[in-house]
Design a protein around this ligand. Sequence first.
Ligand code: HEM
Length: 281
Amino acid sequence: MGTATQIICALLLLGLAYYLPTHYIQDSKDGVHKKDKVEDGTSAGKADESLSFGPSRLRDGDNVRLLTKEELARHGPNGPDKPILLAVMGRVFDVEKGRDNYYGPNGGYNFFSGVDGTRAFVTGEFNEKGLIDDIRDLKPAEINELQVWIDFYDKEYTFYGKVIGAFYDKDGRPTEELTYFEEMKEKYVLFKKNEKAEQNQYPGCNSKWSEAEGGEVYCSSKSGGIHRDWVGFPRRLFSSVSREWRCSCVHPDNLGNPNLKEYPNCDPNSIRCQTKPPGKL
Ligand code: HEM
């Protein structure tokens, strides 16, 4: 479990550091990712069948406990009720076995105990403002991270029930917010697929910089890690949904793509473009 957690935390770090290029996908709000289908169902057996079910649902069948937030709070790091519980995306897990290391009074992650602090699992905002079950403005990659945490708790701890809140209504039925989560994950997967296809069609450029020669981007038959039998011309390739762009080596057949812009002061037929004049950065 230690290793698994460390991997998740490392992924989180990476995600936070590079803020994965997920702002490429945008919906009415920025969304999420996904790995396996997330679950969701209800204790009453009236699950929305369009949603898939994860292991916790299978384990507990239809006898899923439904807690209020107040009930959940009683299972915080200092009791009064046991076991210690925490919730992610409305799913409640018994984390009693992590009492000493993480979730009990002396645990370093005890702010997660007794609450649904879903948002903080990806923002790292471990305070009252951050430990909430509101995911609406999270980015697709962040929503993806939430699925990773759900899978983690499913694997390492025991599913206990569901908490009434943003993701389950008072009858234990999935809310619109949970559906949003599912949709965002689907979008993220699609986005990742498209991103890969786009990398092949529009490989990245090589770049170099020296004080004497300044900065330059240039194309080769291997640039962007895509081995091919053409070289292409450097262009700025803009995202269709944000102002982000990257340098791409463009095949002559694709030069008409409206998302492309030439580098200023660069011959459009050159395979290299100066991006910074010589001198110190
Ligand atoms: C959004 C940021 C983060 C969140 C939400 C988070 C969450 C957690 C949680 C919930 C645990 C306990 C897991 C369990 O029950 O086994 C944990 C453990 C741990 N975390 Fe993080 N973490 C974050 C960032 C980090 C960072 C930045 C580091 C290191 C630089 C880190 C290092 C660790 C380590 C070493 C453990 C203990 C692993 C073990 O010994 O089992 N975490 N983290």
